[in-house]
Design a protein around this ligand. Structure first.
Ligand code: FES
Length: 106
């Protein structure tokens, strides 16, 4: 298990333990973290699991696939830390990672 911290746009904090190998999106949905819609169920086809990863953690993440990068171009308010939560698998090196949720998912 790794602890992942989700912070809503209004500052509400959710600390979630997610099993290794599960995605951030799966962990958020299973723990009813608001703001992760995940309309496509993790198929990398909707971008409604958009999160902003804090800069210190970005280098620990695998590179974006072309599909993820193209979807993020259409996500609202993209930043250098934008990622799709369904494309990040939890591993021990991500224990303690903080991600911020956008104001809305589309
Ligand atoms: S859940 Fe649809 S792209 Fe992540």
């Amino acid at each position: 298990m790794s602890l992942i911290i989700f912070i809503e746009h209004d500052g509400t904090r959710h600390e979630v333990d997610i099993a290794e190998g599960h995605s951030l999106m799966e962990g958020a949905v299973a723990n009813m973290v608001p703001g992760i819609d995940a309309d496509c169920g993790g198929a990398c086809a909707c971008a409604t699991c958009h999160v902003h990863v804090e800069p210190a953690w970005l280098e620990r993440l695998p590179a974006q696939s072309e599909m993820e990068a193209s979807l993020l171009e259409f996500a609202p308010d993209p930043t250098a830390g934008s990622r799709l939560a369904c494309q990040i698998r939890v591993s021990p090196c991500l224990n303690g990672m903080t991600v911020h949720l956008p104001a809305a998912q589309h």
